[in-house]
Structures are given as C-alpha cells and as structure tokens.
Design a protein around this ligand. Structure first.
Ligand code: WT7
Length: 666
C-alpha cells in the first residue's frame, strides 16, 4: 500500500448544534478535550468516581503494553451500579424497560421490578450451582429475560457469554466449549417476522454435538406450546426440541420461587465481567474479554456524554444484546445512568415497514441509536413509512457499526430528525468496549459521514504501514491506518484462552499502538472519516480508494438505495472497481441508468473511481449484524467458488447474485 490513502471525496456541509440543544447539553465545555488530554488518568478517574465502589481503588492505571489494569484494588459490582443504587437513591419507581414483543405485547419494568427479578434469578443461578468465576452462555431473543440474565450473572460474579439468537447450533457449540460454560439460559423460542426462532431446538442440537461442561439448560417460556395461548399470544407451529429431564429446567418452575434477596458479589475491578465472541476475518471466533471497573467506567461515561441523558428521556438502542452495542449501550452504559429505555424483540418490517416509527411514536422515544444498514434499508423502503408517524419526540439520533454514507446521514437528518436533531456517528469496536470517536452533541459541529473527534481522553492518530505517525510527519489532511495510542478503561483485556492471538492481532503491527484494522482519514480540521476495514481498501492504478467512498458516491445518485463495491483483480490497473447496486423503490435498472450511475461516481470522485462494471441486484450479502460481506462479492466477481456463507443472514443472496453475474459475463 502506498503511503497515504487518497482523499478523494469531499464533503463540506457542516451542521452546528442548535442553540437550544447546546443550552441544555450535558457537555458544553470545549476545554474538556484539553483537560482529558493532559491528564487522561485523572479524567477517567473522575468518571469512575460517579460509580459506587465497595472499596476505593488504590491505583488508577497499570500499563504493561499490551496489558492494562484499571482502578487497581477497587471492589465493585456492575449489577449494583445498574440497579440497586438507583433504588437505594429513591429512583426505584422509574421505568427501566419498556419491553415490546414483536406481536405487540408490552411489559414495563421499573428499576424496583428489575431489582426484585434479578435477585430471584441470581438465586436461581446459585441453586443451579453457578458460582463467582463461572461462565454462563445466554442464547435468547431480545427482551427483558436476556437483560435480566446478563445482570444476574454480573450480580453473582459469573461471566456471561451472549450468543446472538440468530446463530446456528454449530456456533453455540463452538462458543460454549471455548469458554467451558456450565449453564445455558435460553427460551423456547423468539418471535421474528411473525415466525418463531426455535431457540430451544437449536440449543438441543448444539448439546447433541457434545458440550461436556454444560450441566443444566434453563428455559424461559416466551412463546408457549404450539396451539396454546401464552402471555395472551397464540403460538404457531414450531419445533420446541426435546425435553431432557436430567438437564432442562423451566424458568417458571425455578425462578419465581426463589427468595427476592441476593447480595451483590464484591468483585475486583479487573474481574471478568463477560466474554463476547466476535468473528475475526478468518477462522475461529475470538472471545473478547471485558472486565468490571474499567468497562463500567467507559460505558457509563460515554453514555452520559454522547447520548446526553436527561431524567425524562426515553432512549432506544435498536441493537440486540447478542452484539457489543447491546452490552454497552442497552445494558451497562444506560442502566448505570438510570435511563428509561425501549427493548424491542422483533423485526423492523413486521407487521409493516413502519414498525420502528410506530414504536418511536407510541413510546415517545427521544434518543434513537441505530445502524447505517438499517437507515439505508429505510431509505430503500421509502419516506412514506416514517411520514405516517409522529416522530416529534425525537431530539437526538445516533449511528454505529459502519461508515454512514453522507446521503444516508442526510436522510436520517431530514426524514427522521426533521432537521433538528444532532446526529452522533459513533466509531468503536467490540474490542474497545465503548465509543472512541464521536461528536459530543451539544458542542461538536457535525459533517455528514464523519465521526468527528475522539472522545475526550482517547488518543487516536493515523499511521502508515511502517508505523510513522502521519499527522506528525505529513500534517493534515492525511489518510492511512487508524491506531489508538494510549490505554483506555473499557479496552479488551485479551482473547479468552489465547493471549498470543491477542498480542498478534492488535499489538504486533506497530510497536507502540493498538491497530484497529480500519482505514481513516483526518481532514484539514482534524475530523475523522472512517473508511472501513483496511481489507476493504482498493488499489486502483496505484491509488488507494476506499470502497466506502465509492459506495457513498453511488448512494448519492437519486436512483440508488444501497451499494457495495469491491476491487477485482485486473491485469493493468491492479484492481478494477465492481459495484453492486440496489435501486430505490420502483426504479428499473436499464443500460442507460447503469452508465449514468457510473458517470455520477466519476463526477463525484474522479474518473479513476468510475466502476468498471455495475450490477443491479435486489439484495446484498450481509452478516447477521448487517455488515456487507465484500469477500463473497469478490468471489463472485473473480469467478471463484463461493467460500463460507454460514454467517450470512440469507445465504441464498449470493448464489442468486452469482448466477446473475455469470449470465452477464457469459
Ligand atoms: C468495526 C467494529 C461498535 C459496535 C458495532 C460494531 C466498524 C463501527 C463505525 C462508525 C465507521 C464503524 C469499524 C470497526 N464501525 N462503527 N461509526 N463508522 N465504521 O462492532 O462488530 O466489533 O465492528 O465496525 O470497521 O472496526 P464490531
């Protein structure tokens, strides 16, 4: 790769926070950046000080690269900080969760309700033999029983390992055995697009593959037996698996009878809070480890500053707790701040494509945090769906998960935010635990497509392949590899069972920095523009062009709803650009439109970036968390046999693309 990434696409629209927003914002003093930068340990310790500690720490940080320990000697419990202390402080009647199931059932839990239920569940876990230091695997749909299970584990000092409810038996099996989990908590099923995800049946299949460390399986009855009424809902036909009396226990036979008092275990600041598996680009998933005191400090501080919580807010993070976003910004960060939030079980198009906006209207959501992939899907569906609903309760919008194309940002800003809500584009990773690059909504000017500045106390910069800090040697603007230069409290503490892989993956490319794996550029004002994974940067005739920039130029064309771009091997240019495009609503893909869209890219970025070929498609291959799998598109474009498609949310998409591609080529 040449020295820098060519910074081709320019975006100069700027949005400043409205004076009314600024006036009420939690963070309004620009000097925090400087303060946090000169004394990062003091800055983080201030945030740690907002938490309840059973014993105060004796040392803020011990850093032996790549191993950090934060708040050494401190004793703390995450569940206490998310639940008990709010009830103790007289906030027990505040609603914690507005839990809406996909069929439309709604349950409210106050913080006092959560405290009572979490203590019963924690006692049930103890009755099943779970102790401090054990691992528990959670495989459930998004709902209060999943969040309760996470908190109950934290309460007794067991580490949870949540496996997303869309994963297969093979994935569960692999994750259980890697972590030597003793217990699985699951449900009979979960509602998804009007059908039932057969959770218990899938757990049975995982058990049949051999999970020697599992002693019991605790099963919450969410759906009920087919043909019966459970929680007022009629259960459709689905496979509930086979009940094994020696292993399986119904939640309702065990949990309600437990005593409603269970003391919080006093945990060391550095005790393991959870493991969360993230699929590396190749091979075996990595069990990312997060510990207690630092993680809670990072997630609670960023939640407060970035989401600007007020006691009256209704917050909704649409992420599932199977992902890090659900851990950090559904459970630990928001609950440590005593927030009222929506938990939604289902899909955004069930029963209709306005489901999200119905929820915003009904529960008067004021802060919405979702993903660019969802926003682009809503764009594709059309404005009519949000326009059916009253979205005037919204005051702040957020996004996470991948770069947001300026066009999608503008749509979010106008159609959802009515031009009045700041947008916080937050960059972070499973590994960072908490938000690292983000606007602070009351004081940061935003630009469509830029995650703007580092969170105070975080030090990010741009390196070249040789490890030179390009900001120092080259100045601004500059593009290259994103690195983080100093430890932060919520950083991963390692990969479960594989310290070598931890050092190799994140700390071996450069001797003095954490390599995030992403490309980024810093503009002349010091704003960060994330360019996606380094693997997604193309080298076209000697120029580095990010797939993301070309995709943004494509989505900028009025006929285009979504786009994915890959570099395909080319004898002359090194790589040639292939584009896969989903058109909006009722637009038809003609030859003329094809040429027009490619010309649009050339006009926006430069002739160098004009795609050599462009294919219209109805769907793109995505992982279950919504990321485009460019590797598979490269396989298609380069005529290779299809690689592993098991992590795709819809494996049929690629084979249909492949036959379409071959028709065209042939
Ligand atoms: C990767 C981390 C962090 C929670 C969800 C994903 C990409 C994430 C942004 C953003 C551009 C982003 C990066 C990062 N990413 N947020 N705001 N702008 N890219 O967690 O699965 O660990 O993925 O997601 O490539 O490295 P994850």
């Amino acid at each position: 790769m040449s020295e820098t990434i060519d910074t081709l696409l320019s975006e100069d629209r700027i949005y400043s926070p409205a004076p009314e927003f600024r006036a009420q914002a939690n963070m309004d003093d620009l000097s925090v950046y400087e303060y946090a930068n000169t004394d990062p340990e003091g800055w983080w310790a201030q945030w740690a000080g907002r938490l309840d500690w059973f014993e105060h720490w004796t040392k803020i940080l011990e850093w032996k690269q790549p191993y950090a320990k934060w708040f050494l000697g401190g004793k703390i419990n995450a569940c206490h900080n998310c639940v008990d202390r709010h009830v103790i402080a007289g906030r027990g009647e505040k609603v914690a969760w507005i839990a809406e199931g996909e069929p439309g059932d709604v349950r409210l839990f106050t913080y006092s309700d959560v405290l009572r239920e979490v203590q019963k569940l924690a006692n049930a876990l103890k009755a099943l033999g779970i102790q401090s230091g054990d691992r528990v695997c959670l495989y459930m749909g998004q709902g209060p029983e999943l969040t309760l299970s996470m908190l109950a584990c934290a309460r007794i000092g067991a580490a949870h390992s949540v496996v997303f409810g869309g994963f297969s038996a093979t994935s569960i099996h692999e994750r259980i055995n890697d972590a030597s989990a003793k217990l699985v908590i699951t449900a009979d099923g979960a509602w998804r697009r009007g059908k039932i995800v057969e959770l218990k049946k899938i757990v049975d299949d995982a058990m049949a593959m051999g999970c020697p460390t599992i002693e019991k399986v605790l099963v919450y009855e969410r759906v009920g037996a087919p043909g019966t009424l459970t929680n007022g809902l009629a259960a459709p036909e689905y496979d509930r698996g086979v009940w094994d009396d020696s292993r399986d226990i119904w939640w309702h036979d065990l949990v309600p009878n437990q005593p409603a008092e269970c003391r919080c275990e006093s945990m060391d600041s550095e005790d393991l809070l959870f493991i969360l598996y993230t699929s590396g680009s190749t091979g075996k998933p990595k069990g990312i480890m997060h510990t207690t005191g630092g993680y809670l400090t990072g997630t609670s501080a960023t939640s407060y500053c970035v989401f600007d919580y007020k006691p009256t807010d209704i917050y909704w993070c649409t992420a599932d707790c199977g992902w890090i976003t659900g851990h950090s910004y559904v459970v630990y960060g928001p609950m440590a701040n005593c927030v009222t939030q929506v938990l939604f079980e289902g899909a955004p198009d069930t029963p209709d494509k306005d489901r999200f906006w119905r929820i915003v209207e009904k529960h008067k959501v004021s802060i919405l945090y979702t993903a660019p992939t969802a926003i682009r899907t809503f764009m594709k569906w059309g404005e009519e769906y949000p326009q059916r609903c009253d979205l005037s309760s919204l005051r702040l919008l957020g996004t996470v998960g991948e770069p947001i194309n300026p066009e999608a940002w503008m749509w979010y800003h106008h159609i959802i935010g009515d031009g009045k809500c700041p947008i916080v584009d937050t960059w972070w990773q499973t590994e960072t635990g908490a938000i690292m690059i983000t606007p602070l909504p009351g004081m940061t000017d935003t630009r469509p497509g830029s995650a703007t500045r580092t969170f105070p106390g975080v030090y990010a910069t741009i390196y070249d392949e040789e490890g030179n800090d390009l900001v120092r040697t080259h100045g601004l603007p500059v593009g290259g590899l994103l690195v983080l230069k100093r430890p932060w409290p919520s950083m991963l503490r390692g990969i479960w069972g594989d310290p070598e892989r931890y050092e190799k993956t994140y700390w071996s490319k450069f001797s003095d920095a954490y390599f995030a794996g992403d490309g980024a550029k810093l503009d002349q004002d010091g704003f960060f523009w994330l360019l996606g994974r380094v693997d997604d940067i193309m080298l076209v005739s000697g120029h580095n062009i990010s797939t993301m920039e070309v995709e943004s130029a494509l989505v900028d064309h009025p006929a285009v709803a979504e786009a994915a771009v890959i570099g395909k091997n080319h004898d002359v240019k090194g790589q040639a650009i292939s584009a896969f495009v989903i058109l909006r609503g009722n637009v038809t893909g003609t030859e003329a439109l094809n040429a027009e869209i490619r010309a649009h890219v050339a006009a926006k970025i430069g002739p160098l970036a004009r795609p050599d070929d462009l294919f219209f498609t109805a769907e793109l291959p995505k992982t279950r968390s919504g990321k485009i799998m460019r590797r598979l598109l490269r396989d298609v474009a380069e005529g290779r046999a299809l690689g592993d498609v098991t992590t795709l949310s819809d494996p049929a998409v690629v084979s249909s693309l492949k036959s379409q591609y071959e028709d065209k080529e042939g």
